[in-house]
Design a protein around this ligand. Structure first.
Ligand SMILES: [Zn+2]
Length: 293
């Protein structure tokens, strides 16, 4: 499942390949493209490629934007025009270009959960407003995070991080990585964080995502692997510390990384680095108190 860094990689891959190209035709291999979509796209020029949360945005020059959500298995490729359609191609936009360089923007989606929609400015604003702040936006400061945590004090940290209305773009992989880096148990209550823990969460959220965005090494994003899902999905993402590392030693303290399930999602943590009851200091103090009693 592509999360913020992977969607950002896809955006950076697409931008030089589709910006300035006009949509010359819309087809849906194995089916008919929705007529409204063809009508809204043909003749329009893709003026840019951007991201909001996990959404890929392709502005079309007026107040309209093609919005794509890749969901579980969606991928966006630019292929040569006339390339043989793949078995999971859902939508193909023929793009303008010099004769030898004509290409097509292809939405491939095995599980068919992704979607593509042309929206006008108010609809786009509504979509964007339903998504929380961008964690890599300079405006996302500690005060912003603390206010949002305080407003949701009874929520548990992992489900909260996965909630796109709380913060944009974090999914199952990076939620676990961020909480490990911040030494916070996934089930801690948002309202239970000390000021130092909230500051740590803010710093690690920004750092883990920024590092993953910067880790892109090749020109074509590794959509294939990420979209396959399952245990292989995360293996190609460099630098993961805990996600799908159950049974391996914690890179920080050598305790064994555990797998648990939080809200139906496989969750990986080091129970020693991320104590369920809060800061290790407090637990030590309580144990000492119990020993005295
Ligand atoms: Zn550990």
């Amino acid at each position: 499942v592509p999360e913020l860094p992977e969607v950002e990689h896809i955006v950076r891959y697409l931008r030089p390949r589709v910006r300035g190209r006009a949509v010359e035709g819309v087809s849906a291999p194995g089916g008919r493209p929705p007529r409204a979509l063809s009508h809204a796209l043909v003749g329009r020029t893709i003026t840019d490629v951007a991201r909001r949360g996990k959404l890929v945005l392709l502005p079309l020059g007026d107040d309209r934007t093609l919005v794509v959500h890749l969901k579980l298995t969606g991928k966006l490729w630019v292929k040569e025009a006339g390339a043989r359609p793949g078995p999971h191609d859902r939508l193909v936009l023929g793009l303008s270009g010099p004769r030898a360089a004509r290409s097509a923007l292809v939405l491939e989606d095995t599980r068919r959960l992704g979607w593509a929609r042309v929206v006008d400015a108010p609809e786009l604003a509504a979509l964007a407003a339903a998504i929380g702040p961008e964690p890599l936006d300079p405006g996302f400061d500690l005060a912003t995070l603390r206010a949002r945590l305080a407003a949701r004090g009874r929520r548990r940290l992992k489900p909260l991080l996965l909630d796109q209305a709380f913060v944009a773009g974090v999914g199952n992989i990076y939620a676990d990585e961020v909480l490990f880096a911040a030494r916070l148990h996934p089930l801690r209550l948002a309202g239970s964080l000390t000021p130092a823990e909230a500051a740590g969460l803010h710093a690690t959220l920004v750092e883990v995502l920024a590092r993953a965005v910067a880790a892109r090494t090749d020109e074509v994003p590794d959509q294939e692997r990420v979209a396959q899902g399952g245990r292989g999905a995360a293996r190609r993402i460099a630098g993961l510390q805990v996600f799908q590392k159950d049974g391996l030693p914690c890179p920080r303290c050598r305790a064994t990384i555990e797998r648990t399930v939080v809200q139906g999602r496989g969750t990986y943590l080091c129970a020693r680095c991320q104590p369920a009851t809060g800061a290790p200091v407090r637990r030590r103090a309580r144990r000492a108190a119990e020993a005295r009693a």
